[in-house]
Structure formats: C-alpha cells, structure tokens
Design a protein around this ligand. Structure first.
Ligand code: ADP
Length: 169
C-alpha cells in the first residue's frame, strides 16, 4: 500500500483523522491555511488554542476539529525562512516529525499536511518539499501509525514539485 499521497485541494474539506495546521507560535490564529482552518472549524477552536499557551517552533499541539470533517487538528509550528542559516531544515523536519508522533500516539489512521512554512513564512518550496517527504518517508518506515499521510497541496508550484518527487513526472 502506498502510504503517501497527494491531494490537490482545500485541507479543511478532508475527511481524515487529523489535519495539520501551519500555525504560528502563539497558536492564536493567522492568515493562510491557519485562517482557513479556524474559519471552517468555528470559534471553539480558538477557545481551545487559547488554553495551550503557545507552541515553540519545531513542535506541535493537538486540539479537536470541531466543525471540520477532521476529528483532530494538529497545530505544527514551522520555521520562518531566514536564508537557511537558522537551522530551518532541522526545525521544519521537527515540525513534521512532532505531528506524526502525535498521530502515532493517538493511533490515527490518516493525517493531512499543508506545505508548512512555504507560504507567509517564505521557505523555498522545493527545499521544503524535500525535507517534508524525507521526514515522512522515514517516519512511516519506522512506525505502523499513521497508516496514511496526505499532502494537501494548494498551489500549482508545490503540486508540480510534489508530483515530480513522489510520482516521477
Ligand atoms: P506558513 O506561515 O507556514 O508559511 P501559510 O498558511 O502561509 O503558512 O502557507 C502554508 C501553505 O498552505 C502554503 O503552501 C499555502 O498555499 C497553503 N494553503 C493556504 N490555504 C490552504 C488550504 N485551505 N488548504 C491547503 N493548503 C493551504
């Protein structure tokens, strides 16, 4: 079974156990996919996030999904791109790994990631994709859960990059 797949669409519509949010370290909402997730989940999501007291870069936190089709939201904080000299790749890998650990520890079958850090945070898309895919592939090789990881890809540039790496065209 192929355990990684691409979904070319809106992450807030996916019927999976968990969607990952590309959050900022306050966990109090922002633009991009974060804004879309909070709008779709409803105000209860922000209420729960307020209780969490933030999240450091490279880590992740779990909340319920409220009005989303997904049962859970995993809020992962990726790095702001700063030219590559600030351990961005390590921090990005850690954000993916932390999210996968939460999914595994809760025996989640399916989890969907946005392209963390490649929007407002400015991480070069191809470099981010290589880190994301390498980290997920290694985690899946070493763990039984989650069974399936979906890359929810919103923009054409990321779609082309992920298709090239995962599907060879
Ligand atoms: P960051 O601050 O981590 O860069 P952004 O939300 O700005 O986060 O961007 C992360 C990625 O999420 C970008 O590739 C952006 O195109 C994508 N994105 C924005 N809205 C959605 C959505 N509804 N579903 C999936 N991906 C989305």
């Amino acid at each position: 079974m192929e355990r990684m797949e691409i979904n070319n669409g809106d992450i807030t519509r996916l019927e999976v156990d968990a969607i990952v949010n590309a959050a900022n370290s306050t966990l109090l909402g922002g633009g991009g996919v974060d804004g879309a997730i909070h709008r779709a989940a409803g105000p209860e999501l922000l209420e729960e996030c307020r209780q969490l007291d933030g999240c450091p870069t490279g880590e992740a936190r779990l909340t319920k999904g409220y009005r989303l089709p997904a049962k859970w939201v995993i809020h992962a904080v990726g790095p702001v791109w700063n030219g590559g000299q600030g351990k961005e790749a390590e921090k990005l890998a850690s954000a993916y790994r932390s999210s996968l650990e939460i999914a595994r520890n809760h025996r989640m079958k399916s989890i969907a990631f946005p392209n963390i850090s490649t929007g407002i945070y400015g991480y070069p898309k191809e470099q981010a994709a290589i880190v994301a895919i390498r980290t997920v592939r290694k985690f899946l090789a070493e763990n039984e859960w989650p069974e399936k990881v979906i890359f929810a890809i919103f923009d054409q540039e990321n779609l082309t990059i992920y298709r090239e790496i995962l599907e060879g065209y």
